[in-house]
Structures are given as structure tokens and as C-alpha cells.
Design a protein. Structure first.
Length: 359
């Protein structure tokens, strides 16, 4: 059997992940929409969501679903980042590519900074001339530039735009990988996952300590570790297994979101469900090429521009969200999607002119 995922499938997964993130980051800012459990487990949000789902379908049901589940695009990105590290530095083609710790971390810090700074500069300008301007402290700006703002107190309040917490999270995971998990066996990875999960379990489900942990690598270790393990040990499996995995994972995601203990493992099942869906989609495209409806191609294209879309969508959200807040929910969302994709394409062209770091 060949490796678990090829390049096209990875791009489709990125497309699914960025679609969830971009739509979630719009929907959860709308007042009547149910809020997610991303950094903390709030039972009120679970009960609110279940109550909404128990009633008939409305024009806002789509918004509720995206607000509650869309943030799980982040674990998919963490999985793919880990998967890519193994393919680049530990696979058969990457055995000759063994940079020192300093070169490795410098390279990946520069890659993250190169993406972040373009979006951050434009966002600050837009934020300054639109309603609800954020008040930055000097340390907040320094920490954003250094990609360590996740470590500061009250990350909910100081990281702006909010989605840019991801850059600090990725830098931490790169450090953990290079210092502790690089070319190590599965026991090291599993040990890190277990320890990080225990730390989360010892926290109050809706307390600030859990919030702080989950803003940092502790909260991202499960999907990241899963990506390392799948890249090293998993190979392609028969289609029926992907089908069963998809169904089982979706059931766990829905039911597991109701309880604190199982909620901690939902990111793993989101990754498994997404992989299984992409595998089934790839099979469908091969067997029924006339009936693909462009689904895979659309997600693959979104995956190609996912980095640019990630840094640009907070900018377009800041401008378009007042439309939905005034009551025109779908009008605002549609304009947000159109402008986000167009601005992302523009950002991708700009980023081509920013020098790439060298390993």
C-alpha cells in the first residue's frame, strides 16, 4: 500500500479546513448565533446548540452549524503540518534534508512571519478606519511580531485579529517537533499526546487555565501528533474502512461534543472524518468523472490559496460583518466569501514578491 495521502488530497483537506475556519470566524461574531467550544468547554453552549438543532430548520441553521463546528478546521491544518514535516524531513526523499535545530526553527519562523506580516499590516490599517478599533499595547505588538503572543495573559483580549493566534501555535509545535519528536519513535509522540491530554483533563472545563493551555501547543498536540503518526506508520486502506471511519467519526463528533472528556478527542475524529471523506471523494472522481460537480476541484483550489485566505479573511470580515449584524445575514456572508477569495488571490500575488526564506 502507498502512503496515506498524496499532494492533491492534502490540498483538498486544506481547502476543507480553510473553508470551515473562514466561515466559522464570520458566523460566531453574530449575536444570535450559537457560540463554539474551542478553547474552553462551556456546557451552556452545548445546551444552546442542542436546543437550536432540536427545532425546525431556519435561515440561521447553517450559521449555527458553522459557528459551532467550523473552528475544527484548525486541527486539520495541524494534522497536515505534521504530516508535511515527516514527508519533508523524515521520508525516504528527505533523509538528506537534516538541518540543524537553529536552521530549522529560523526557516519556519521566517515562513510564518512572511505570511503574518502582510496580513497584519493591512488589517491594522483597516481596523483603524472602521468601527470597533482595537487598542494595542506595545507588548502586544512586539509579541505578535515575535509570534509568541499566545504566551501572554488574556490571549482572548490581546490577539487581534483573533485568528492570528495560529502563527504562535505553529511556532511552538515546530519547536516541540524539532527538539523532542524529530526522528523519534511512536512512543515519544504518544507520550506527548497523553501528557498534554492529562494536563487538559486536570483543568476546570470552563476555566482560564484550560483557555491558556489550549492557546498553546498543549491544546494542539493531539491532531499534530496524529499527523506525525499517520505520516510515519499509516498507509492507504480499503475503501470500506474509510466509509466506516467516516460514519463512526461523524457520530463521535456529534455525540462527543456534549461532554468535556470526549470533547477533548473530537479534533482527532474530525481529522479522521475529513481524511475518509477526501478518500471517498477521490474514489468517486476516479469512477464517475462525469458527475464530480467540481467539488474536489473547488476544495483543491481553496487549498492552494489557503495561506493567503487565512491571513486575508479577518480584513474582509471587519468590513462586511456589519451587513449581517444589521439583519441581512446571507447578504453579508455572500459578500464576505466573494471579497475574501478575491483579496486572498491578490495577497497570494503579493506574497510571491516577498523573498522566501532558505533552509
Amino acid at each position: 500500500m502507498g502512503k496515506m495521502l498524496n499532494r492533491t488530497e492534502c490540498n483538498i483537506l486544506r481547502g476543507i479546513a480553510i473553508a470551515g475556519i473562514v466561515l466559522h470566524n464570520y458566523c460566531h461574531w453574530l449575536r444570535p448565533i450559537v457560540k463554539e467550544n474551542e478553547y474552553q468547554f462551556n456546557q451552556h453552549n452545548v445546551d444552546w446548540f442542542n436546543n437550536i438543532m432540536a427545532h425546525s430548520f431556519t435561515e440561521l441553521t447553517f450559521f449555527h452549524l458553522l459557528s459551532f463546528f467550523g473552528h475544527y478546521g484548525v486541527p486539520i491544518f495541524l494534522f497536515l503540518s505534521a504530516y508535511g514535516l515527516i514527508m519533508k524531513y523524515e521520508s525516504g526523499n528527505g533523509t538528506a534534508n537534516q538541518p540543524s535545530t537553529y536552521r530549522f526553527l529560523r526557516f519556519h519562523w521566517l515562513k510564518l512571519f512572511r505570511m503574518m506580516i502582510v496580513g497584519f499590516a493591512v488589517f491594522v490599517l483597516i481596523d483603524a478606519i472602521t468601527a470597533g478599533q482595537h487598542h494595542y499595547e506595545v507588548m502586544d505588538i512586539v509579541a505578535q511580531m515575535g509570534l509568541f503572543n499566545n504566551l501572554l495573559p488574556n490571549p482572548d483580549d490581546i490577539i487581534w485579529p483573533g485568528p492570528y493566534w495560529f502563527f504562535g501555535l505553529m511556532l511552538q509545535l515546530y519547536i516541540v517537533y524539532r527538539l523532542f519528536l524529530y526522528r523519534k519513535g511512536w512512543t515519544w509522540v504518544v507520550s506527548f499526546i497523553v501528557v498534554c491530554t492529562i494536563i487538559e483533563l486536570l483543568c476546570d472545563p470552563n476555566g482560564e487555565p484550560l483557555n491558556r493551555w489550549r492557546y498553546n501547543f498543549i491544546g494542539g498536540m493531539l491532531p499534530f501528533g496524529l499527523g506525525l503518526l499517520c505520516a510515519k506508520y499509516m498507509r492507504d486502506v480499503p475503501l470500506r474502512i474509510y466509509g466506516a471511519t467516516l460514519i463512526g467519526s461523524l457520530l463521535f463528533i456529534r455525540s462527543g461534543s456534549n461532554y468535556f472528556f470526549t470533547w477533548l478527542f473530537v479534533p482527532m475524529f474530525v481529522c479522521l472524518a475529513s481524511i475518509s471523506f477526501v478518500k471517498l471523494l477521490s474514489y468517486w472522481n476516479r469512477c464517475y468523472p462525469k458527475y464530480t460537480f467540481g467539488v474536489a476541484k473547488t476544495f483543491e483550489w481553496l487549498g492552494v490559496i489557503s495561506a493567503a485566505l487565512f491571513i486575508s479573511h479577518p480584513i474582509t470580515r471587519k468590513i462586511t460583518i456589519p451587513i449581517s449584524r444589521s439583519g441581512d445575514y446571507w447578504t453579508g456572508l455572500l459578500l464576505y466569501i466573494i471579497t475574501s477569495v478575491c483579496v486572498a488571490w491578490l495577497f497570494k500575488e503579493i506574497m510571491k514578491r516577498v523573498p522566501l526564506p532558505k533552509l
